[in-house]
Each structure stands twice: as C-alpha cells, then as structure tokens.
Design a protein around this ligand. Structure first.
Ligand code: DQA
Length: 483
C-alpha cells in the first residue's frame, strides 16, 4: 500500500488533499494533526473522518519525536483516543509512550482502529541484531503494525532494513529517508513491507518519493519477491532519467525487473553488501566509471581498452560481476546517425568521426595526453580552449559534465567559434538541449543531444541486463515523449 502523508495547516485543505491523494493512487492517507493550525480535536477530527475517501491513519507527532506538537501530553493522547472513537482506521503511537498506552487502548472498546507503534531513529541504521531486538520490544507492546524509520547516511545500511523486512513475523513498515534511503522505500514490496509513503504532487515531503513516481516511474504494484533489481550506481544520482526509461521497458517485454537510483558513497562497501543475485545488474554513472573496473571480476575487452565501465551484470551462472561499456558505441553512432540525416554519406561507407584528427582538452593535462595518445590524437592545454580556433567542418564533442543540471549556464568553449563547427555533440542529457547546443544551433551547426547517446547506451544496457533484444522503437518513443 502507498500512504500519502498530509501535512496541511487547515482542515479544508486536508479534505482537499485526501481527494487528491486518492486520485493520484494512494491507498491510505496519514493526517498529521500536529501540523494543523489551532487544532480543535472534536470539530476537526469529525470533519476529516466524515469526509475521508480512503482509510485514514492519524498521527499527532510531539516535538520529542520530530513533530510539531509541544503542548500537554495528556491532551495529545486524548485526541488520539477521540480519533479512534470517530472512526480512524489506524492511529500511530510513538514507541516511547506505547507500552503504557496499549493496555488502555485494548480495554477501550470504542472504535476499532489498528495501532501502529512507531519509532524514528534520526541516526545511522542500527545493526541487524539491534534492529531485531528493537522490533521485538516494539512488538511486545501489542502493536498491530510496527513502524521503524531511520535516516541512512550510507546506502549499505539499507540492507539491514531489507533483512528485517524479510524476516519479521509481524506487519512491518520500515524504511530510511533521504536520497541515500530512497531504494528502501521503492524496494519495500520486494522484501515484504506492508506500506510505503509517497507524497502528493506539489506537496513534496523531504526524503520521500512522490506517489506519482512510485506508481509511474517505478510501477510499484508490479514489484514482488522475484523482481530482479538493477540500479544506477552514481553520485549524484537523482538527475538520472534511467528509471523512467528502463522500468516501462521491463514491463513492455514482460521482464520482472526494477531499475532504481543508487546513491553510492563507497564502491567497495556497496559491492560487498549487495552481493546477492537479487541485485542483478548496474549502470555506472559519474564519478565511478573508471574506478568500478577494480570491482569487476571480468571486463569486456572494449571496456578494458577504453578504461571505463558503464554497465555491470551479475552473471547468473557464477554470480561474477562482468563489466561492459555501452557509452562508446552510443556516442559514435549518435554522431554518425546525425551526419547521415544531414546527407554526409553520399551513399558511400561513412568513416567514423573518430577517423579524423582528434584534439583533446581536459582540465588534467596528463589525462588529456594519455587519451590523445590512445586515439593517436594530440593534447592541448585546457587554458587554450577558450581561444581555440577549430578547422572549418570540425566536430566538437563535450564529454564532460559541464552544463549538466543544475549548472546549466556553463559552456565549455568560446561562443564565437561555434559557427565553425559542422556538428556539436554534448554527452550531457539533462537538460535535453544544453546551453552549448542552443548556442551551436543558433550558430548554424548540426547538434546532437546527449539524449541520443543516453538512449543508445540504455538500449545496449537493456540487452545485457535481460539477455533479450531491447524494443528499440518503444524506448525511442519514451525518450521522445518524456525527456
Ligand atoms: O552516462 C550515463 C548516464 C547514466 O549515468 C544516467 O544518468 O542514467 C547511466 C549510465 O549508464 C550512462 O553511461
């Protein structure tokens, strides 16, 4: 189930939000009474519960547990009792007070709300043993459902939450908030969680995905214990459009897979913790494409010669991590295809753009030299790029993240020279048309967006991930419609 937390300050707005949550695909709404201005328990609860279009979970969070209520504790608990009497489907009791209150709750026969005993740990996720002790203590309160939330500082902590979810005997809501915690929410149904939180549009709650992304980008309802997990290992990772391309494509071909963003701080720790066959493959993004080679058991010769891996699969026969590079062909064919469209082939076999004279600029001159050496080109100092005058008809390729969201006003070369390029290619794909491409188009150059490369590298990845032929037209249509 997806639960929408509603934190509006007025009761009218809450009623409105409940309907929106339903329309967007929530199964339950959580009403945060502590966020309501001048809250009048009887009157406000009656309006909310009389108008509920979905099951309602009532939370009245005190300041000592991260909420906004700092009034009298007795009145707070009274309001929760009242919510029960007035027909709340669930009420949330903080673990710190739950043991004293559960007896009272059980004896109070009015209303039939289920009780969620909750605990928020604003710290590193505890060890497996500590977590299971904590859950056992929470369970002993007599809770119907247990809720445990942590604030992960590293994606590897989430494995402990997955372990807890798959071994717990009582209904459990468990996840971690924040960018590093995101996959604990998305993958919840795979490991047996009963409920995750998703915010309604325009009302985003820090650290939570939106209902829309759970329903549409991740197609949450299709995830089950057999779902194979694929992820983009990167830092940062939230800009990636991989999920909105790979997930619908998995569904389209009937493959039980899910593709998620993985905010990774430490490759070594990551690969040692997520070593089960459930984690079947990875895209590798900035800044790890070179370093990740050291964690592959085998590397395809092309990727080896490039010195960069952007795709890893865990080979099912022996679980070995095998690294590939789908970026290289994607970049070259994106440029070649654009040149063909503009009639540069004359019906003859078209030579690769890389057969031309290659000049390499890099802020690290040593790296520029070694790349230039590998492609029989020449390196020039980065400082000279601003005054670099290309030959007429040259191709410019930006292979750096410069101009990528959020620093979209950056441009790597002097604008006055852009008119001298026949074609300008940008490997950046967020935004679709970078400032470099806009200026190049205005100067009359053919432009090739990083989206073209992104699509082609993703097609290559899909083939490797699934062992099936990627539905290229389908993927192209998604890119056209959604990017
Ligand atoms: O460079 C890219 C883009 C990417 O990092 C992403 O943003 O989804 C995914 C990588 O596989 C690919 O090589």
């Amino acid at each position: 189930m997806i639960c929408a937390p509603l934190m509006s300050q007025s009761v009218d707005q809450i009623v409105n939000d409940m309907y929106q949550a339903k329309a967007q695909g929530a199964d339950v709404v959580e009403i945060r009474l502590d966020c309501i201005n001048n809250f009048q328990p009887h009157q406000d609860l009656e309006i909310i519960l009389r108008n509920k279009p979905l099951p309602v979970l009532i939370v009245y969070r005190p300041k000592w547990e991260g909420g906004q209520y700092d009034g009298d504790e007795h009145m707070r608990l009274e309001a929760l009792h009242l919510a029960k009497e007035l027909g709340a489907d669930y009420i949330d009791l903080e673990f710190k007070v739950a043991s004293n209150l559960m007896e009272e709750h059980k004896q109070n026969q009015r209303g039939c709300s289920k009780v969620i005993v909750s605990c928020f740990l604003d710290s590193v996720t505890p060890s497996k043993e500590e977590l299971s002790h904590l859950v056992a203590r929470m369970q002993s309160t007599g809770a119907d459902i247990i809720k445990l939330v942590t604030n992960a500082t590293n994606i590897t902590e989430l494995a402990r939450i997955f372990h807890l979810l798959s071994h717990c005997q009582v209904p459990l809501i468990a996840y971690s908030i924040g960018e590093r915690g995101l996959i604990s929410q998305i993958l919840n149904p795979k490991f047996g969680g009963v409920l995750v939180y998703g915010s309604i549009k325009g009302n985003s709650v820090p650290g939570l995905p939106t209902i829309d992304s759970l329903r549409h980008a991740y197609e949450f309802e299709h995830i089950n214990e057999d779902t194979k997990v694929f992820g983009l290992v990167s830092k940062p990772v939230s800009h990636s459009k991989g999920p909105i391309l790979h997930n619908p494509t998995f569904r389209h071909v009937g493959y039980n897979g899910i593709y998620v963003p993985m905010f990774v701080d430490d490759l070594k720790e990551f690969f040692s913790v997520y070593s089960s066959p459930d984690f079947a493959g990875f895209s590798i993004g900035i800044p790890y494409k070179e370093a990740v080679i050291g964690f592959c058991d085998e590397v395809h010769p092309l990727a080896q010669s490039i010195g960069a891996v952007n795709t890893i699969i865990r080979r099912p026969s022996d679980r070995k991590l095998v690294g590939y590079n789908t970026d290289c062909e994607a970049a070259i064919t994106a440029i070649e295809d654009a040149l063909k469209v503009f009639g540069f082939t004359n019906g003859e076999a078209f030579p690769s753009p890389l057969t031309a004279r290659v000049i390499v600029f890099d802020i690290d001159f040593g790296r520029a030299k070694s790349l230039a050496h590998a492609v029989s080109g020449e390196a020039q100092p980065f400082e000279d790029l601003v005054k670099f005058q290309p030959e007429k008809g040259a191709i410019l390729a930006n292979a750096t993240p410069l101009g990528m969201h959020p620093n979209t006003d950056r441009i790597p070369v002097a604008e006055v020279t852009l008119g001298d390029y026949e074609l300008v290619f940008d490997s950046v794909y967020t935004p679709r048309e970078t400032r470099l491409l806009k200026e190049a188009k205005a100067a009359g150059a053919i432009i090739v967006s990083g989206v073209q490369m992104f699509l082609r590298q993703a097609i290559g990845q899909f083939n490797l991930f699934t062992g099936r032929e990627a539905p290229e037209e389908f993927m192209r249509d998604i890119v056209l419609a959604k990017f």
